[in-house]
Design a protein around this ligand. Structure first.
Ligand code: SF4
Length: 341
């Protein structure tokens, strides 16, 4: 695996307790951690000389805007961002009447190879650092501030990459993003989307932070699922649903089950019935996502009537909540599965 391109942690790589440790190790009082967080993430307050020294010795991750694409839907904006090593990722800002959600990338490319996903086609290049994830949030919050808008309210780890494949940096980045002394986006407003990385789900349950877990299922049998999501061969459906159950028991939260609807592949009444049987009695909420077009994959989204019928069958058979995701940013390739740099 390729190594992270870092010689020293960036300004944004420090969860609060790590920051306190770092200050102590440099002979600066840990009490200054609070004002450093305020200065970095709330843009205000005075800094003691020790705190100024600590900040001056570090930089945020270098990131330049390569493209800024606004969707004609009026709500979605996609940014192509380049890091100092030339690697590029995409970050999406989604507006929902006065509240804003960031869709953040966790890796350059992705190793999971889902057949319907543009990022999966790129292959894996490298993990992002915690600071590079935080930098995406900082960038979007600065962007919103310059437009006189409210800061981000929600974060979805649903951009490029499988976040649980980059577990350690993900946890560090989210610790910074959710800390009320800084950016302050509560864990309940942060969603981690996985394609079924079971060891990561188990570690996330142990961490007990209360982030929302969203699991992409897309197939109700191992054969069907493996055809869309190759890593299902390693982490099959039964084990995945066991891990989801353990997660909801530990966190007392429902797990979100994402199902990308592909016409003729997984959108029939039979698929809906089998999915409902699989999920009956579980603490889950199903989110249906009509397929977004990607280059190199021929699949199409089903008609609206089919989507609604699929939804109706699951609700009637399993008695669990089922919603249909709003389609946003499709014209600028900012929808689920479309991010490819
Ligand atoms: S859907 Fe997610 S996990 Fe699958 S290839 Fe795309 S980015 Fe990776």
């Amino acid at each position: 695996m390729l190594q992270l391109p870092r010689s020293m942690d960036s300004l944004y790589d420090f969860p609060f307790s790590d920051l306190e440790d770092s200050l102590r190790s440099e002979g600066i009082k840990a009490v200054h951690a609070q004002e450093i967080y305020r200065s970095l993430y709330k843009k205000g307050g005075k800094l003691a000389p020790g705190a100024q020294r600590w900040i001056a010795a570090r930089k945020p991750p270098e990131m330049t805007i390569v493209k800024d694409l606004a969707s004609s839907d009026g709500y979605t904006r996609k940014f192509l961002l380049r890091f100092a090593d030339g690697k590029e990722i995409e970050t999406v800002l989604m507006g929902y009447r006065g509240r804003y959600t960031a869709c953040i990338s966790s890796q350059v490319g992705c190793a999971m190879g889902c057949v319907f996903c543009a990022t999966g086609k790129m292959g894996f290049t490298r993990h992002l650092t915690a600071g590079e994830m935080v930098a995406q949030i900082q960038f979007l919050n600065n962007h919103l501030a310059t437009e006189g808008k409210e800061p981000l309210r929600n974060v979805v780890m649903m951009g490029m990459g499988e976040p649980l494949h980059n577990f350690k940096e993900l946890m560090k980045g989210l610790a910074v993003i959710s800390d009320p002394r800084g950016i302050g986006i509560a864990p309940s407003r942060i969603s981690i989307s996985t394609v079924g990385h079971i060891p990561g789900i188990q570690k996330l349950a142990e961490a007990g932070k209360g982030y929302e877990l969203s699991v992409s299922l897309h197939g109700a049998s191992n054969q069907e699922r493996s055809a869309l999501i190759p890593i299902n061969k390693r982490w099959p459906i039964e084990d995945l649903l066991d891990a989801c159950r353990a997660y909801s028991e530990k966190t007392e939260r429902k797990v979100l089950i994402a199902w990308t609807l592909i016409e003729g592949a997984n959108d029939s009444d039979d698929h809906a019935t089998r999915l409902a049987e699989l999920l009956k009695g579980r603490q889950v909420h199903v989110n249906l996502i009509p397929l977004n077009p990607t280059e190199g994959f021929d699949g199409q989204p089903p008609s609206e009537e089919r989507v609604l019928e699929f939804q109706r069958i699951i609700k009637a058979t399993a008695g669990i909540p089922v919603t249909v995701r709003q389609r946003r940013g499709i014209d600028v390739g900012a929808g689920c599965g479309q991010l490819a740099g």
